[in-house]
Write a protein that binds this ligand. Sequence first.
Ligand code: GAR
Length: 221
Amino acid sequence: MGSLPLPFSEKPEETMKRNKINIAVLVSGGGTNLQALIDAQESGILHSGKIVLVISGNPDAYALKRAEKAGIPTAVACAKALGREGAEARILQLLDTYAVDLIVLAGFMSILSRDFTSRYDHRILNIHPSLIPAFCGVGFYGLHVHEAVLKRGVRITGATVHFVNEIPDGGDIILQKAVRVLDSDTPESLQKRVMRQAEWKILPAAAEAVSLKILNEENKP
Ligand code: GAR
């Protein structure tokens, strides 16, 4: 006699499927992009991934407080204290412990080694505060980007989310959003507008799109 068919939810292959991947967010500073990801998770914009860990490159980063407030586990991997290799080894160990599928660099100010990036090929996202390939690469980070934009006199800037490879800001582009430069802008006012109008929107959108893609690939019949 053949065995009875199992109800849908009890089929062994169905019980293996998960509906969220594990995300780690790496930060170094204020963490407004981390906050945008947390808010997106709470509002359901980010629903195919869950932030399971926040790692800071700086023990004093305010981003750590934002994570704690949201009930997300935190850790510090400080290159000044551990050296670059030591900090990367610590990060790799943490990613393994938390079974992380996707890494989001949200204002993380260290450049990751080729050894590190090759282990997470197309599994690391970064938000950069310009329209790549303009104003990017070594030396272009944080406020320096907006200073350079104003110095050059461009009328349109913006933000880019891209995959991270061994070339600083050189990986495949996922999303970009343009922002107008105003005559009255200072580096600080421009930074705020780029964050509000571009970064805080495209980073959660890209994190969701890539998380969903990873899930779909995993759940392919
Ligand atoms: C953001 O503007 C981010 O795009 C930039 O640092 C800031 C971090 O702010 N990242 C880079 O410049 C990377 N090259 P946050 O800590 O408030 O998210």
